[in-house]
Design a protein around this ligand. Structure first.
Ligand SMILES: O=P(O)(O)OC[C@H]1O[C@H](OP(=O)(O)OP(=O)(O)O)[C@H](O)[C@@H]1O
Ligand SMILES: Nc1ncnc2[nH]cnc12
Length: 179
């Protein structure tokens, strides 16, 4: 891998979005620069190269920007976890709180994940509520979820505490900034 690569240069910072007082980290520029997206995927792939991972799961919507690309790179099946009401047929649901609201996510039954080691990926980890809810869904299927990955981490929102039982890997972390 070519190091160093300044991922920060490809992350927009948008004050007061989607609510007053929130500094929004926008990963869209990563997607619009193939070397940046390739770097992100390769870096995550490299981080997990010696870990026995059977499948990748990712969160709608922004987790979907990265997780299927990682699944192709790692040659593992991908399992989508979606916002409530989007997946057809029987689903399992879990609600959770966000930095700026609350929501509910769902996944389709996946009995084939029982006993499998799943890497759960999202674009950003803030309070950790989304990944905790997603891990709960996967664990209800019998999957083992030990590893969580976010392209961005906001440790000042204390995800390390809410996700204390997991290994967490983030590519870049941001401290709290004053608006
Ligand atoms: O660690 P948390 O406090 O749970 O926050 C992180 C989550 O918040 C954002 O998703 P959002 O719900 O805004 O939805 P989106 O991906 O559809 O934009 C982000 O993409 C993560 O999924
Ligand atoms: N500050 C933030 N920027 C982008 N996505 C987020 N999801 C939760 N908090 C966020």
């Amino acid at each position: 891998m070519n190091e160093p690569f300044d991922i920060d240069a490809y992350i927009g910072k948008v004050p007061n979005f989607p609510k007053e007082g929130i500094l929004f980290y926008d990963i869209s520029p990563i997607l619009q620069h193939p070397p940046a997206l390739a770097h992100v995927i390769q870096k995550i792939q490299h981080h997990y190269k010696d870990q026995p991972i059977d499948a990748i799961a990712g969160l709608e919507a922004r987790g979907f920007y990265f997780a299927p690309a990682l699944a192709i790179a790692m040659q593992k099946p991908f399992y989508p976890i979606r916002k409530a009401g989007k997946l057809p047929g029987k689903v399992d649901s879990q609600s959770y709180d966000l930095e700026y609201g609350s929501a509910s996510i769902e996944m389709q039954p996946a009995p084939q994940l029982a006993g499998k080691r799943v890497l759960l990926l999202d674009d950003l980890i803030a309070t950790g509520g989304t990944l905790q809810a997603a891990a709960t869904l996967l664990q209800r299927q019998g999957a083992t979820v030990e590893d969580l990955c976010g392209v961005i981490g906001l440790p000042f929102l204390n995800y390390q505490e809410s996700l204390a039982s997991f290994r967490i890997y983030t590519l870049i972390n941001y401290d709290k900034e004053n608006l």
